[in-house]
Ligand binder design. Structure first.
Ligand code: FES
Length: 571
């Protein structure tokens, strides 16, 4: 039998092995330390991450499965990121969480790991960490909450918040009704139930092959999630015996399938930075152009908010991810394997659609040509992304004059000024929100519209930003402009009144200003003043080392894998 990694701590009769075993016995039988895989359950449950609060129950089911299969389950609480609470933005801490989880997996006597995540950044950070340690690993996505209801109508978590707040601003809903809807939105445990980042990353973890197929998207309160967790615990023990680490099955083909899935589900634009970052940990050469090339032309089949009408428990009821992938089977890479050892496509034979309003057949897609489009030009030499399925079709080709904001604070100071020179054809430009400019690259790109435009009935204008957009948001928003303004990108040189051309079908984003005029310009002092480097701590480390959005916004020294070996051992 293969020697277990944990035996480097527990094997033998010397003093160190005695110490390691003695402190860990705590009621375990003696044979717990001789040949039984030690499985960590890396758990992002936290009272500060309400989307993941139920993961303790999930962990208990995983634990039962591990024990039943002959392993030893060990609970490992890890850094958790609650999207709604963590300031300034959870994305600032994604890489920190990934680094901390990676180091704790490596530092402890762990043979394999079950990764429990849910809220937006938790599954990405867990996968980034597990990829860099490269132990046998499998994900259990915590699942979405069930549908909220308000006055007889379904209320989606996330997307409807944006819509309701815009209705209040437009005067079509009272403030009192808005507040009444608050307690109706979150009806159960689980993460946001729209096709936001959490739902997207749970489904993409399955499309990548890191989840036992058929589990992702199971609502958090559904008993089938616990049954699946139990089975995943058993599988984790088998993974150790077979040494099926992530690098043995996660290949570019896996990312190909995840990109097809991203388009077919109408997933969050945030998946772009997360897929790139996970691939970066595995040394897989994945680019934003791959995401455009593979995903564009794939139909969006899922009628779930924000692109559509329904919510995540509807998607699960209608057949879930496997039913969606069944429809686009010919676009998938059949060579990609899953954590079970079987190809992903082998799970599609029996998948079928139970509600063709929620999951559209290939012949009647929600959006014929979905995916994430990458636009380039002199305004975004490194690329920027647009999610056409969340955009207004009439704005996908647009020429308008820039209204420029130097920071998110500048935006909120001025955007509702009645004297602001803005109209329905304007292009709102917000800069200083990239990975370095506003450490963490906040989800501010879907700027609210000025009230005077709302009063005119305008509900969308073209917006251009070096930041991100919430996966639950919608609008014609050009995101992740690279290089960002704080890194000296051309976005820093745009002035009010400049003409900007967006041509999504042509993949262009152009600042229509002569080159010699652009080269004469210098960034405004108001903008550069907002880029003061943090003095110390994680934020300082982050700003000094974060990469641009086009490669996943990981830290430069975290790319790749260090494996599971401990560099030096104390005696
Ligand atoms: Fe956690 Fe939306 S706030 S998934």
């Amino acid at each position: 039998m293969r020697e277990l990694r944990s035996s480097h701590w527990y094997g033998g009769d010397d003093r160190n092995a005695y110490i390691h075993r003695a402190w860990m016995r705590r009621g375990l039988p003696a044979d717990a330390f001789s040949g039984r895989p030690h499985i960590a359950i890396a758990n992002t449950a936290s009272d500060f991450t309400p989307c993941n609060m139920h993961l303790g129950e999930v962990a208990a089911s995983v634990s039962n499965g591990v024990y039943e299969a002959g392993g030893i389950p060990l609970h490992l609480p890890v850094v958790s990121l609650g999207e709604t609470l963590v300031r300034p933005t959870a994305m600032l801490w994604r890489n920190m969480a990934a680094m901390a989880i990676e180091e704790m997996l490596r530092a402890n006597p762990i043979d394999g790991v079950v990764l429990l995540g849910g809220c937006d950044k938790t599954i990405p950070s867990l996968l980034m960490a597990a990829a860099s340690v490269d132990l046998p690993a499998v994900v259990v996505p915590g699942g979405p909450m069930i549908t909220g209801t308000f006055r007889g109508s379904a209320l989606g978590c996330g997307t409807d918040v944006w819509k309701l707040s815009e209705e209040v601003r437009a005067g079509t809903m009272t403030q009192a009704d808005f507040l009444r809807s608050e307690s109706a939105m979150i009806r159960s445990r689980g993460h946001c139930n729209t096709m936001g980042t959490a739902s997207t990353m749970g489904l993409l973890a399955e499309a990548l092959g890191t989840v036992v197929p058929g589990i992702a998207g199971t609502p958090a309160p559904d008993n089938r999630l616990l049954e699946a967790s139990h089975a995943t615990g058993r599988l984790a023990v088998e993974l150790v015996h077979k040494q099926r680490t992530l690098s043995t099955f996660l290949t570019k083909a896996s990312f190909h399938n995840a990109i097809v899935a991203l388009a077919a589900i109408g997933g969050s634009s945030n998946a772009v930075v997360h897929l790139l970052a996970i691939a970066g940990r595995l040394g897989i050469d994945l680019t934003i152009d791959d995401i455009d090339r593979i995903g564009s032309g794939v139909p969006c089949l899922v009628d779930v908010q924000p692109a559509g009408r329904y919510l995540m428990d509807d998607l699960h009821r209608a057949g879930g991810l496997l039913a969606v992938l069944h429809e686009v089977r010919d676009l998938l890479d059949p060579t990609a394997l899953t954590v079970t050892g079987r190809p992903l496509v082998s799970y599609l034979d029996e998948a079928c659609i139970w509600d063709s309003e929620v999951i559209r057949p290939r012949s009647a897609p929600l959006v014929a040509d979905a995916g994430i489009a990458v636009v380039r030009g002199n305004l975004a030499p490194g690329g920027a992304i647009v999610k056409p399925s969340a955009a207004s079709p009439h704005l996908l080709v647009h020429r308008g004059r820039a209204v420029v904001f130097d920071s998110i604070e500048d935006f909120y100071d001025r955007f509702d000024d009645p004297d602001l020179d803005v109209d329905a054809d304007s292009v709102l430009v917000l800069r200083g929100c990239g990975p370095r400019g506003y450490p963490g690259m906040p989800e501010v790109a879907n700027m609210p519209l000025p009230t005077k435009l709302l009063d005119q009935g305008v509900r969308d204008v073209v917006r251009v930003c070096d930041g991100r957009m919430s996966g639950t948001a919608y609008g014609t928003v050009v995101l992740h402009v690279t290089p960002e303004a704080a890194a000296g990108g051309p976005l820093s040189l745009v002035e009010d009144g400049d003409w900007i051309e967006l041509d999504v079908p042509g993949r262009r984003l152009v600042l229509d200003v002569p080159d010699d005029e652009i080269s004469r310009r210098v960034p405004s002092e108001r903008m550069t003043a907002s880029f003061a480097a943090p003095a110390r701590g994680w934020e300082r480390l982050y700003v000094d080392h974060v990469l641009q959005a086009d490669t996943g916004a990981d830290l430069d020294f975290l790319l790749g894998s260090s494996g599971s070996d401990v560099s030096r051992e104390s005696h």
